[in-house]
Design a protein around this ligand. Sequence first.
Ligand SMILES: Nc1ncnc2c1ncn2[C@@H]1O[C@H](COP(=O)(O)OP(=O)(O)O)[C@@H](O)[C@H]1O
Ligand SMILES: [Mg+2]
Length: 337
Amino acid sequence: MMVKLKNIDKIYPNGFSALKNINLDVSNGDIYGIIGFSGAGKSTLIRIINLLESPTNGEVIVNGKDLSKLNNKELRLQRQKIGMIFQHFNLLSSRNVFGNVSFALEIAKWGKDKIKTRVEELLELVGLSDKANYYPSQLSGGQKQRVAIARALANQPHLLLCDEATSALDTKTTKSILHLIKDIQKKLNLSVILITHQIDVVKEVCNKMCVISNGEIVESGNVEDVFLNPQQEVTKELISFMPPTRDDNIVDYLKDKSNVYKIIFTGPNAYNPLVSQMVKKFNVDVNILSGSIDEIIDKEVGHLVIKILGDPFIIQDCLNWLIAQGVTIQTIILKDK
Ligand SMILES: Nc1ncnc2c1ncn2[C@@H]1O[C@H](COP(=O)(O)OP(=O)(O)O)[C@@H](O)[C@H]1O
Ligand SMILES: [Mg+2]
């Protein structure tokens, strides 16, 4: 286990209760997404993981060590093993790219020669070897975040914390930074905790996730399971901010939306001709309105929007049969336009 939070409460000095009984397990090698709306308590939570903020109650265990039991020196050493990146990059404007990355190593008292080799290695890793002499003002947002990533990785951390790391970037740059994080995670066998209010970020790179609302974790699990079967209203609302799929657009144009269902299949089901079996078995007619394959963390998920024509009782039997085959069914709900 890389991170274990046990019964964490955070009450700020003004009496505001920002976190309530948080329990969180992040395994080695997870890219763990923590998602919630603004003000939910995400930044408070991530600052507690490296004890930049101390919890009012509870235990923070990182890589087997209870951080609150360490003295200052031990805590400093542990913090070097936890890298962190932020929405606004937090680079030093008076230092060039090389200087920003070397800063982390100077603090850790590395020798000059070793620093040079290490910085060059890191700039190579984040694809900025040719920008070593540039100053932050001469870089794009994506390049700045690459510098921040190189700096965060300088002391060979085992954990990388990302607080809204892509929120200031455009869609294309967001993707490239997320892919960099994913690559680095694999190459360096890191654990990553990624805090965001953007649901597509979680879908793109995370394997595990939890949803935080008003300082509480209200839902957690494998990303695939939470996406396909969200339990809480807030989770459904966050997911509704996904860019609309072609399926959703097509359904918007339908005049008669009765008996229209979106069926979602994963794994072996994606390859079974379930709909044609259903047609034969129950003797109904089916209009296929739309179909697509989507990817959630590298797993294929089939979506099919169908309209079933037939007796209402038989339609219900059809739906029950599909569910028994392991299919997820969503009745199409239209978003207010
Ligand atoms: N130092 C503080 N004192 C009092 N309240 C705070 C402090 N920092 C944050 N908060 C409050 O805690 C809540 C969660 O803040 P934050 O963790 O920054 O949320 P998020 O990162 O999810 O947007 C907010 O309501 C915020 O106003
Ligand atoms: Mg925040």
